[in-house]
Ligand binder design. Sequence first.
Ligand SMILES: [Zn+2]
Length: 231
Amino acid sequence: MADSFAQKVREELLHVTRMAPHCRKAQQSARRLFSRESNERFEPKKDCCIRAFIRGAFIEAGTISDPARSYHFEITCPDEYAAVDLLAMLEKCGLEPKEMLRKNNIVVYIKEGRQIKDLLTLMGAPISMMAFENERILREVRGGVNRRVNCETGNIGKTVAAGVKQIRAIRSLQENGTFDGLSDALQDVAYARLENPEASMEEIGQLVIPPVSKSCVNHRMRKILELAGVR
Ligand SMILES: [Zn+2]
């Protein structure tokens, strides 16, 4: 079965055309190497070129699973030298890649959601990254809800939707750098929410120190959503 998410990522990466000549050279070298057109090694020096190299390798020999089903990112390497180089580059980007042998090919892979998200960003696929991240948040929240569905009835759908929206707002504030400037009161409820995606507003109120009322949590969450421009 064709993996449509992988195709979308590849499409998006193929549209990354604005890049410096040094990065272009790195990407082209990776594409020749990972498509087995050439076995010439290439060692990118700059971080930008390392990212371009990983992008080229993925375009030719990579795949990624649909985040609704599982988290799996991999690149099939043409030989062990390429695998050693690729592992080192991914590690230099702060990731923890692993390797395995499949039909005499070395496959470099990552199975951790957070790291795959970072990879999508650094390869230059922000649209796929957002799709991946939305799916990941939904999965986290659903997992939480499923664990407690037996002891709770009522507005689960609403609670989940609100939690997803709030987490999205908090993450966007973290990503654009404004989160650290928020008051402690706002940061406290934000952290309580990130750690408890499925909790009701009342429960969030009980998780902060000192505990606050549901309407107080409501007020703070509205402020967070407003700052993040999430409606
Ligand atoms: Zn470069």
